[in-house]
Design a binder for this molecule. Sequence first.
Ligand code: BGC
Length: 925
Amino acid sequence: MYHFRRLLKCGIVAFGALALAEPARAATTPASKCQAAVPPAAKSFLKSSLTALAACQSKVDQGTLPANTNCLTDSATASKRVAAAATLATKIGAKCTDAAVTALAPGGDCAGVHTAADWIGCINGSHSAAAATLIGVADAGRSKLSSAALACQAQADTQIRSYALSRIGALQSCRLKPPKNLPLGADCAAAPKIAVHLAAVRSKAASKIAKSCTGAALTAAQLGPPCGSPATGDDLAQCLLNAADAATTDAVTAEFQDSGFCGGNPAAVETRLDTLLGQMTLTEKLTQMAGSGILGVVWHTPGVDRLAVPGLNMIDGARGVGIQSGNATCFPVAMARGATWDPTLEQQVGDVIGTEARAKGASVILAPVLNNLHHPRWGRAQETYGEDTFLLGQMGVGFIRGAQAHVIANPKHFAAYSIEDDRFTVDISVDERSLREVYLPHFQKAVQQGHAGSVMSAYNSVNGQHCGENVHLLHDVLKGDWGFQGFVESDWYLGARSTVPSATAGLDIEMPSPDYYGQPLTDAVTNAQVPESDIDDAVRRIVRAQLCFQLDTNPPVPDPTQIETTAHTSLTRQVADEAIVLLKNDSSALPLDRTRVHSIAVVGPLAAMANLGDHGSSLVNPSFAVAPLDGIQAGAGSVAVTYVPSAQLSMSDQATVAAADAAVVVAGLTFNDEGEGQVTIGDRANLALPGDQDQLIAAVAAANPRTIVVLEGSGALLMPWVDQAAAILMAWYPGQEGGNAIADVLFGDVNPSGKLPATFPRAETDLPAFDNQSAEVTYGYYHGYRYLDHNGVQPLFPFGFGLSYTTFEYANLAVVPATISANGWVRVTADVTNTGVVAGDEVAQLYIGYEHSSVDRAVKDLKGFERVHLEPGQTATVAFDVPAANLAYWDTTTSSWTVEPITYDVEVGSSSQDLPLSGSFAVTP
Ligand code: BGC
C-alpha cells in the first residue's frame, strides 16, 4: 500500500537546481540548521505514531478493545498522535524559516513545499501514512484469533517497527554526514558499512518473524496487502521487510533536500562536476550536446575520454529493448500494463527492461511513454498507460524505479504528444490550467517521485513553440518549477528545429546527430548568441546523470546471458495475465471448465498470429512468441480444439462452429491498423474493427450461443455485436507469452483482474473530436472519463472497469480525519471482501469530487487505487493517503496551485461507474 502515498505534491516553485549547484554549506546557515533539525524530529514522531498504533492494535488483539476497533480513529490513539504532531511542529518550527525550506527544496513526498508549515504538514502526513502502513501490513487483526496467530502478528509488528526505525536511523545519519567511502551517486543504503549493518538487522528480524509465523498461525494471521497471503513465514518476513524498506526510503527522502537521482551525497557530485567542467574545452563541451549516430546497437553521445566521461548509449524500450539490438524479452504493451493497475509489477517490468538494456550495452532506456491518451485513435495509444494523469504517474514511477536500478530512464514525449499523422507539424493549443492539471502532472511525478535522470522532448509544438525549444515547458516548468536536475534530449531527427532557441530554452542534447547543434551551435556561442553559461548548464546536466548513475566507474557491459531469461519471459506471462480485462460474461460463459466443455472452435485469422504491436520504434524481436491458438491448444488438455481460420464463415465453417461446445473468436487491430506516424501506419481511421471482423463475430455468435470474443489492440473498439457475444475479453497486444495468458484466463487457471485504463465509448461522437489534419489542434480540460462524466454520457465500458470470476463487496468506508488543513493529509480506508467461491484480485479505486468548488472541475478524478488478492470469504482493508495538495487546481490569476477550503466528496469502488462507498472531508481555510 505504500506506493499510494507517493503522491504528487502539486508543484510550487522548487529551487532544487540552485540548491544542488551550490557548494556544501557551512553548518551554520539557516538552511543547514533547519536540515539538521528535521530528521531527529521526524524519527521521533514516527516512533510515537508507531508506538501508539501498535499499543492500540495489541489491545485489540488481546480483547481489551473491541475486535472491530479502527486504530486510526480510536480516540485515545488519536490524541497521542496529535500530541506527537505538536512536538514535531515545535521542533521543526523552531529551526526552519520559510526561506530556509525554500532554499533546501525538500524531496520525495515533500517535493514542492516551500514553507516551514507545509514541510511540517507534509512530514506529519507522510510519516503518519508510513506508520499506518507498517502497522496495517503486519497486523491487520480485526477478529478473535488463536494465540499462535496473535503471536505471529505481534512478532511481525514488533520486528517491522524496530527494523524500520533502525533503517531510518542509519539512512538519516548517512544523509546528514555522508561517509567518505560512499561512491559518487550511490544511495546511502549502499554505503558499505550501512549495507552490512542493515543486512544483519534484517536477517535477524526475518528469522524471528519466520519462526513465529508457521503452519496454522501463518494461515490464520490477519496480514494486510501486499503481504496478505504468504506461502511461508519466510515469504511473509521478506514481504514485510520490503514494505518497510520502501516506506522508510520514502520517509527519509521527504526529510531531506531533494537529491533527485544523485544518491546520498549530491554535494560531492557537484564538487566533481565543478572540477570536470573547469577542465573541459568549449569544443569538448559542445561535442557532448549532440548524438554521434549509432555505435554498435545503441545511439551514442560522445563523452570526453581524457577525463573519463564515457558519454551515453541510448536504446528504445516501450515494451522491451528495441529490435536494433537483436532479440529481447517482449512484454505486453504499456496500455496493457496500464490495465494491471499494478505499479509494483510495473517496477518489475522496468527492472527487466532496464537489465536487458544494460546487457545490450545501453545506459539510457528511451521509456516510459507518459502521454495522456487524449483520444483512442492515436496511433501510439498502445505505448502509453492510459487516459488518466494519476494512473499514468503511478505506473510511470513504477517503471522508472525498476529501470533506474540499471540504466537512466527517459520519460517521453514532453509534452501533449498524442497525434501521429501530423506529429512533426501540429501545434497543440492548450490553456495553462489544463496543461498544469491534465497534461503535465504525471511528468512531474516521474521527475520528482521517480527521479528520472532524463526527459525526451516531443515532436509537436505546444502553444506555438516546438517542444524542443519550448521555453515554458523546458525552462519554466521542468527545470524551474520542478527543479529537474537531469538532461533533456530531443526526439529523433525532427525533434530539434533550431540552434539558438533550442539551446537557450534548455534542450541539452540533439539526437541522434548534430544538425542544429555541432557547428551551428559552436558558431552561435562564438557570436555570443548563446551564452556559455547555457552550455555549462547543459553539460553539467549531461555529465551529472553519468556520474550519478556511475557510468564512469561501472559502465554497462554487454551480457547476452541476461537476455530473455526464463524469469524475464515468465514475467511477461504474469503481466499479460493481470492485464486481460473481462468486459462481459453472461451466464458464466467463462471460464471454460475442461470437465464440461469438450470442444472449442477457435475462429479468425488473428488467432494464429502472435500479435505483439506496432512496428515503429517500439518494435521488439523476441526469440519466440505464442499465438492465441497455440496457447489455447497447449492449455486445452482433453478439450478438442478446431481452428477455423476464415475471415468470413463458409457454410462448413458455420457447421463446425455450431457443433462446438464453445466458440472463441479472436479479433482486433494489428500493426497494419495503428502505429507510429510516418514510419508505420499512424493513427487509426476510426474506432471500428477493421475489415469484416464485425460480421465475422456476429456470424459466429449466430451459430454458437457460447461465443467468446477475444479482442486485441491498443484500446477502445466499437462493438455492434456486444449483445450477441456471451463473453468478451480485452487482451491488448499481450506480449510474447500472450497466447498462453489468453488460455490461462479462458480456462480459469487465472481469474481475470485487469481494469480498463481508458474509456470504451459507445460511439466516437461521445469523445472530443480527433483531428490529425489541422495545423493547430486545441486540447481542453476534459477528455476520457472526465469528458463523459462532464457531459453526462454513459460509456460502453467505463474507465476502471473489469469483471472477475468472483464477486467483491465494499464496506466500512472511513475518512480520517474529517477536517484537514491545506497542508494536511487524509487517509481513506475501506474493506473489500471476496464474496464468491474462487480467489481473485480486485483493484479498489478512490475518486474525489469537487461539487462545492467555485471553479469548473471534473465530476470526479482518480486519486488512489490498490490491487488486493483475496481468497474466497477473505476481507482486506485498502488504504489511500491523499495530501490536500493533490486536490489543488491551477489558479490562473495567481499562477499557483490553490487548495480550496471546501468539502471534498470521496467515493470508493471497483470502477469509475461503480462506486458503492461515499463519504467526504473538509479542508479548512
Ligand atoms: C520516437 C521516439 C523514439 C525515437 C528513437 C522517434 O521516432 O518518437 O519515441 O524513442 O524515435 O527510436
